[in-house]
Design a protein around this ligand. Sequence first.
Ligand code: NAI
Length: 321
Amino acid sequence: STDTLRFDNKVVIITGAGGGLGKTYALLFASRGAKVVVNDLGGSLAGSGTSNKAADLVVKEIEANGGIAAANYDNIVTNPDGILKTAIDNFGTVHILINNAGILKDSSFAKMSESAFSDVVAVHLEGSFKLTKLCWPYFRNQNYGRIINTASPAGLYGNFGQANYSAAKLGLVGLSETLAKEGFKYNIKCNAIAPIARSRMTENLLPPNILEKLSPNKISPLVAYLGHSSNEITGAIFEVAAGFFGQIRWERSGGVYFKPNDSFTPEAILNKFKDILIFDAGTTQHPKMLNDYNKIYETTSKFEKDNDQGKEKIDLKGKVV
Ligand code: NAI
């Protein structure tokens, strides 16, 4: 075989793997030797109802292909322990966690009920938190873990009718960025994907000629790579759809520095607001952590020092008011 990226002796939990994107992940990991926990409560798009069928069918398909899998029907919100237990009882541990399960309860913000907000946050964000928290000690103890969280372009950019969903999805980005830092010394890598693919979530939203190009099989290769031991990247966000794979990052504008003696007033902001908004390739930064503020602290404290000494000599052209 030409498949060099294999998952023999690796255990992967995939939530919401009874259909859509999660199913393609389950089939791909299993075809490369992973032992797969196929979790799915088998509910509707809005999260109501349950059925064992979705997860069972995926497990049957994996087994028919000669792979190894175990079904789990627990709700990630109310019984995340049951999902981990399926991994431990069947395969002894967990190495890779793909937080993929999700629901939609779209409505305009004006009409959004509190429960539509909290239900969606519960499944996407809290469910991912809870299951990750349960897997974390295993990852730490074995000095190995791979976590892929499922964000969304709706979370990165916002989307009409999805205040609940976009809040939950950007929450997963923040969660991933922190877990990447806390997991670093334990060889736990945590990344987020923002996919677009054909599934029951999108089939009524997008036109057929677009849907045709959006096979979920065009998402799974990235997820498998991020789950592999050869992946060293952590804390990253990837946008992936229709055969496109790219990375998203934060960018801070070059900004404007006020000196200690300047007036720190709303009017001063008004006067400089256009400059604050300039993204100039030479001065923008791509912060990756809190102390990427070092440059800001350095520059502002330099102003303060010069000021203390009664000097007013700073002249960073265009960048200082
Ligand atoms: P899908 O509806 O086919 O898959 C989601 C699965 O999660 C379903 O099988 C559902 O039964 C399961 N699920 C829902 N709540 C659960 C719970 N509490 N416990 C266990 N399982 C649960 O939709 P799709 O498109 O495959 O979505 C997968 C993930 O990708 C979701 O997180 C979704 O938000 C995300 N996503 C999908 C996009 C797309 O274009 N399809 C775009 C951006 C993100």
